[in-house]
Design a protein around this ligand. Structure first.
Ligand SMILES: Cc1cc2nc3c(=O)[nH]c(=O)nc-3n(C[C@H](O)[C@H](O)[C@H](O)COP(=O)(O)O)c2cc1C
Length: 359
């Protein structure tokens, strides 16, 4: 029996397998209103058809200024609920769990989408805004952020909680709080970005405070029978930055605050990061974070079924997430089942596609 295809129960829901779609921005809300479109339905839907156990949305902004680009999706108003419900319902109808990544881009907000003409920060006239962060500093190549006032930091947990309530109303099975990749919550964690001197800056307890406050607020409104994920960057890949020891320590705390899965990524906080990438390069981080006693997902250059199976077999992670390999091959889990010799009845084929299992 393949470990990849072993179901995983998380609170009151069960992922049919351990192959999960990584969150990936689509920059496809061309009205700049954060409302998901048919693109998002078909894009996420294809991965549900393709057998993924969990289909996660892209980083979805909890407030308008929390978008990365003006074309990002949002969940900051009730008008977002119905369009997202259509997507969550389709994903679930195919046997996958629907997850939404809740995000605030912080100082990396208001930037050009990759396939929109322009570089760096989007000006107001093109739908941009003043990006905010824990401190007045800039990510290289972007405009300087405005430091959030204490009352604005204090309001963040409620913004994430309101977004989670909307995600629940839209029918999502789980939410993932995005605290990685140099976006707002990670900016608070990283001593290289966070230079605050109040209760949200300085010591480990202070830098992690807002993440814990956001988790508490979300867990307070998110149904008890639905799982909560947090994505963390395990390291800034830079001297003096956030690192895997702090990540593991935080993971243990988050577990005690009701987080079910830590999705272990890395990097993104500072331009001077020295990432050493290669196949499965973030797996050792996931393995270390799992020592906190919390379930972990690993992500990053996982491309082959045997490779993914081996990651689970050696106990490094409870699940794998796929990004770019899933773009190239939306039905990657079906290929994996085929290659690993999983009997068709145990593989996540939709009935319309069962002939794909014929040899
Ligand atoms: C097009 C694209 C968009 C992405 N958008 C997000 C995002 O919205 N949120 C996030 O946490 N990571 C995002 N990522 C990172 C992926 O989730 C993943 O961690 C990364 O691509 C490494 O996995 P891979 O090697 O399987 O692609 C994105 C990656 C790609 C390629």
């Amino acid at each position: 029996m393949s470990l990849l295809f072993e179901p995983l129960k998380l609170r009151g829901v069960t992922a049919r397998n351990r192959i999960w779609l990584a969150p990936m921005c689509q920059y496809s809300c061309f009205d700049q209103d954060g409302i998901p479109t048919d693109w998002h339905l078909v894009n996420l839907g294809q991965h549900a058809i393709g057998g993924f156990g969990i289909v996660l949305t892209e980083a979805t902004a909890v407030v308008p200024e929390g978008r990365i680009s003006p074309e990002d999706t949002g969940i900051w108003s009730d008008a977002h609920i119905e369009p997202w419900r259509r997507i969550a319902e389709f994903v679930r109808s195919q046997g996958a769990l629907a997850g939404m990544q809740l995000a605030h881009a912080g100082r990396k907000g208001s930037t050009y989408a990759p396939f929109v003409d322009g570089d760096g920060t989007v000006p107001d006239i093109e739908g941009g805004w003043q990006a905010v962060g824990p401190s007045n500093n800039a990510f290289e190549g972007y405009a300087e952020a405005r430091e959030l006032k204490a009352e604005e930091v204090a309001a963040l947990p409620q913004a994430f909680a309101d977004a989670a309530t909307r995600a629940d109303h839209a029918g999502f099975d789980l939410v993932e709080i995005h605290a990685a990749h140099g976006y707002l919550l990670h900016e608070f964690l990283s001593p290289l970005v966070n230079h605050r001197t109040d209760q949200w800056g300085g010591s480990f307890d202070n830098r992690t405070r807002i993440v814990i406050e956001v988790v508490d607020a979300v867990r307070g409104v998110w149904p008890d029978d639905k799982p909560l994920f947090v994505r963390l960057s395990a390291t800034d890949w830079a001297d003096g930055g956030w690192d895997v020891e702090q990540t593991t320590r935080l993971a243990g705390i988050l577990k005690d605050h009701g987080v079910d899965v830590i999705d272990v990524s890395s990097g993104g906080a500072v331009a001077e990061q020295q990432i050493v990438a290669g196949p499965g390069y973030q797996v050792p981080f996931a393995h270390e974070v799992s020592s906190a006693g919390v379930a972990v997902a690993t992500v990053g250059l996982i491309t082959e079924p045997a490779q993914a199976e081996a990651i689970l077999a050696d106990g490094s992670a409870d699940a794998v997430m796929l990004g770019r390999a899933a773009i190239r091959e939306p039905a990657w889990p079906l290929r994996a089942a085929h290659e690993l010799g999983v009997p068709p009845r145990d593989a996540p084929y939709p009935p319309q596609h069962i002939r794909g299992s014929w040899r």
